[in-house]
Design a protein around this ligand. Structure first.
Ligand code: BGC
Length: 906
């Protein structure tokens, strides 16, 4: 008995706690303190592991609970455990937290290893003493001036420590972009800080641990500034949107070995001069003149007597907020694969991948020689331009960097204050071109944790999975953008509305999209509506309609559904409710439940191929969205504990459905306007509640697809619903058929034409190699990548039945349909969820992993219940399997956590 008891104890203890996050991030440095929420995952070897209780402690030292001790909480909750709002946290302070939990059998784990978060400067009072400082001669906005004008500023300040420094933090922000260094060493691994927000309302500050950079005695802190979003080109070539004077602010807090602290800050003692960045613009590119470098300018002993005193701006410090999400970082470096010379002196390097970032090139030249780098997503494929850069689609974005040599030398040049969308780099102005190996692409993007992968036996579909991911990596850059290349690059709400569920498959979107929701709140109109683009520069694209502004509901919903973390909803609940009230009033003010307003040029099924009147079709889509918004709000209201409101909205949903059916479903089952999109939305959103009516409409949808030769015609709003609609009516065969097409129009066509990202249009390149309409033709637009969610769900087989995959369904489409195997994994907040199957020698093998404290429904095609085995036992009797049912050639098992290996002969 004793031996058995201790054995049970040992096996029950065999789990460990990991994936500890604060506000969706691991050990975040410099966050706000008002809304802290914790999550953790349990890893266990045993099956059916559950958490019956937890205890969490937060302290100012590892292992302590001087801030908060939750006590033992009987709960299976592991995601979004809030620090009570009554607990006041201090600015500029590191907090440690640990958790332990009890399994279903009452055994307690050890305390987890400590995780931490550190607060930044939280209010204007915390910044006190720091001043916004600027160069005395403001450089003219890049591009608007002749190059003879002053160049971009360098600023430096000197600080002196008489005692040994134990710990130091630097809090920094800029109006513009900054690159920071101390004693000539670059600080941080971020790019393009402080990121894009509506600078009139909120400017993000970053926190750096600069302890290793400081020395006793004199230290020099320096910053180089660029135009960035603050006053460079944003949107359709708009300049000076937030101001025209570049400035920075910084505060250094030092803790000495003797325990005392001291603050230093930007003030009138700083000095400034013009530096080697002649101009720098995100869209147009950067010009760097090495002859203007001031060697040693950021060393403590530099003589800056010829520099001018900075100008102190009397600006409010109240707009400064700690950056809540992951910074933009270099996430990968690609090597050029080939070099060609399509015209004399014009060298073109191919990185093999349409990417977003900057080039890194090794150049050899002579003093005063100026070389030029140009960037493009595509090359001309035909005619006398063949092989040269195709840049017409970049519109006014010049996407050109220049470098001027200071001496006869070899240098490695990598622009600092710009960002391009490109696969090809053209270099001109050199006698000897760099070797292929001397040209690289530095991939930049907000550095979200990558959590999902899907590998497929079909190479075209596998490429599609990767293209979608590249579209996300490139367009998640401080904000979610439409395109990273042409002069637009804005936070189009419609694009992320359709893409958020897919994005949340690949990456943990919690921090990034929660930050963007803050931008949305900043942009919200008094009537509750949301503009078409967020942040919204200069009041442009202010009015919008269905499918765009709805992102204010669908984006937090997607994040919450995929992570089970309701923080993004809680934080925005009032503002979302105001937006929903606007939607509700718009639909109901004329006495019915049909939405006939909320239409604008920027709404409806954008870029579809049906050739119908988009605004007429819009009416159907508008009411469909009203129903969806209401359903989502009802579900989220429950998560917010607003049961009464949830019931009101849940009761409204079928009423909207009835109104929809009465207005737009004809007695023969067809849907008004008859486009693929109206059918797809009707069926996938479940807008017809009567099963017979639904079946008739499903048949009409299939007829419509037959007329279209089983090729898609959907635009931005319809595409995400197309394959889900077919799945919902039991026609996965047709879903696969459409997905596997490789002729126009299809996803496969893009890939056959060489796409490595998602195109904006189905015909961005035509079959004959001509480019689509030049005024709007990006090769990196993620909207059509919204199919990724369906691919993860049905080809990968992983579906969240409850938020965060607390309960999931594992049901990959293993039956003939173009695939012989697939491997899918998602690191959910609860841990790793996987499905890995293959068909060989008459047998289907399926291995799965279900995270601890979650359950899954596993669906396996089988000849009979008895034919399915898990390792060497009957699957239905395996440890961890709680229930099983066999129906229509499928065995469905209800399983607890753990790793399982199933086999089923077919
Ligand atoms: C953008 C889109 C956007 C659309 C709205 C385009 O110019 O690139 O992605 O959603 O306008 O109309």
């Amino acid at each position: 008995m004793l031996a058995l008891a201790s054995f049970t104890a040992v096996s029950a203890w065999a789990f460990s706690i990991g994936q500890m996050t604060t506000n969706g991030r691991t050990n975040p440095l410099g966050i706000a303190a008002d809304d802290i929420s914790f999550s953790w995952a349990i890893t266990a070897d045993a099956r059916g592991v559950e958490q019956s209780a937890y205890q969490l402690r937060v302290g100012t030292k590892e292992g302590e609970d001087d801030v908060w001790n939750s006590g033992t909480v009987t709960s299976d909750r592991q995601v979004d455990v809030e620090l009570p709002a009554t607990i006041r946290l201090l600015p500029a302070t590191r907090y440690f937290w640990q958790v332990r939990n009890w399994d279903g059998k009452g055994m307690a784990s050890e305390w987890s290893k400590p995780s931490w978060f550190e607060t930044g400067l939280l209010s204007a009072a915390d910044w006190r003493g720091a001043k916004w400082i600027a160069h005395s001669v403001p450089a003219a906005t890049s591009g608007e001036k002749a190059e003879a004008h002053s160049s971009l500023p360098l600023l430096r300040g000197v600080v002196l420590f008489t005692k040994e420094v134990k710990r130091a933090r630097l809090y920094v922000s800029a109006k513009g972009l900054y690159q920071l260094s101390i004693n000539d060493r670059k600080i941080g691994d971020q790019y393009l800080a402080p990121g894009w927000t509506d600078y009139r309302k909120r400017i993000q500050a970053q926190t750096y641990d600069v302890t290793p950079f400081l020395q006793t005695g004199k230290n020099s802190i320096g910053a180089e500034l660029g135009d960035g979003w603050f006053r460079g080109k944003v949107g359709i070539g708009w300049r000076n949107v937030y101001g025209n004077s570049l400035a920075m602010i910084a505060k250094l807090r030092v803790t000495y070995v003797d325990g005392s602290t001291q603050d230093f800050a930007t003030d009138a003692s700083w000095r400034s001069a013009e530096g080697p960045f002649v101009q720098a613009d995100l869209q147009d590119g950067e010009s760097y003149d090495a002859r203007l470098e001031q060697p040693g300018w950021n060393r403590a002993d530099f003589d800056d007597s010829h520099w001018s005193p900075v100008v102190v701006q009397q600006d409010d410090l109240g707009t400064l907020v700690p950056q809540p999400d992951e910074p933009v970082r270099a996430t990968e470096v690609l090597k050029a694969r080939t070099r060609t010379m399509p015209a004399p002196g014009e060298y073109v390097y191919d990185l093999g991948q349409n990417m977003v970032g900057i080039a890194r090139v090794r150049l050899t030249g002579k003093a005063g020689q100026r070389i030029q780098l140009r960037y493009a997503e595509e090359l001309y494929r035909q005619g006398d331009q063949r092989g040269r850069l195709y840049t017409d689609n970049l519109r006014t974005a010049k996407a050109t960097d220049t470098y001027t040599f200071a001496g006869d030398e070899t240098v490695v040049y990598q622009p600092t204050f710009t960002q391009h969308g490109f696969r090809y780099v053209e270099i001109t102005g050199l006698d000897t071109p760099p070797e292929t190996a001397d040209v690289q692409g530095v991939v930049l993007g907000s550095d979200l944790p990558q959590i999902g992968d899907l590998t497929l036996s079909n190479p075209m579909l596998d490429q599609l999975v990767r293209n979608i991911h590249w579209g996300q990596r490139g367009n998640f850059l401080s904000i979610p953008t439409d395109t990273p290349a042409r002069d637009e690059r804005m936070g189009w709400t419609g694009d992320i509305n359709v893409f958020a569920p897919t994005a949340s498959r690949y990456a943990d979107t919690r921090a990034f999209l929660t930050k963007w929701m803050d931008d949305m709140r900043d942009a919200q109109h008094a009537d509750g509506n949301i503009p078409a683009v967020v942040p919204q520069p200069r009041g442009e694209f202010d009015q919008t309609g269905v499918g765009w502004s709805d992102a204010f509901i669908t984006v937090p919903y997607a994040v919450w559904r995929s992570t089970g973390d309701a923080r993004i909803v809680r934080r925005n609940w009032n503002a979302m409710s105001r937006f929903y009230a606007f939607v509700y009033d718009s639909a109901t003010h004329d006495g019915n439940l049909l939405e006939e307003g909320r239409s604008s040029w920027f709404s409806g099924d954008w870029l579809n191929l049906e050739g119908v009147d988009r605004l007429a079709e819009h009416r159907v889509i508008a009411t469909a969205y009203f129903a969806e918004d209401t359903r989502m709000m009802a579900e989220m209201a429950l998560a917010m504990g607003e049961v009464r409101q949830a019931t009101i909205w849940a009761t409204l949903v079928p009423k909207i459905h009835s109104a929809f059916v009465a207005a737009y479903r004809n007695p023969d089952g067809t849907i008004y306007m008859g486009t693929q999109t109206v059918y797809a939305m009707t069926l996938a959103m479940g807008l017809i509640d009567d099963p017979v009516q639904r079946e008739q409409t499903a048949a009409k949808f299939v007829e419509k697809l037959a007329v279209d030769h089983y090729h898609l015609k959907t635009g931005f709003l319809g595409t995400p619903w197309l394959l889900p609609a077919l799945t919902s009516i039991g026609r996965n065969d047709l879903a696969m058929r459409i997905l596997l097409n490789e002729d126009y129009p299809s996803w496969g066509f893009e890939i056959r034409m060489g796409a490595t990202t998602m195109w904006e249009r189905w015909n961005s390149i035509r079959a004959n190699g001509e480019f689509g309409p030049v005024d709007m033709n990006s090769f990196n637009h993620y909207a059509y990548g919204a199919v990724g969610d369906w691919m993860f769900e049905h080809l990968g087989g992983l579906q969240a039945l409850a938020p965060g995959y607390k309960h999931s369904r594992i049901a990959p489409l293993t039956e003939p349909g173009g695939l012989s195997w697939s491997r899918c994994s998602q690191r959910t907040p609860y841990g790793l969820l996987t499905s890995d199957w293959k068909r060989t020698n008459g047998e289907l093998k399926l291995s799965i992993n279900v995270p601890a404290n979650t359950t899954a429904e596993v669906v396996i095609p089988a000849k009979s219940a008895e034919a399915v085995r898990e390792e060497d036992v009957l699957a239905s009797t395996a440890v961890g399997v709680k229930e099983s049912t066999f129906k229509d050639g499928h065995l469905t098992l209800f399983v607890g956590s753990g790793h399982y290996e199933f086999t089923s002969p077919y």
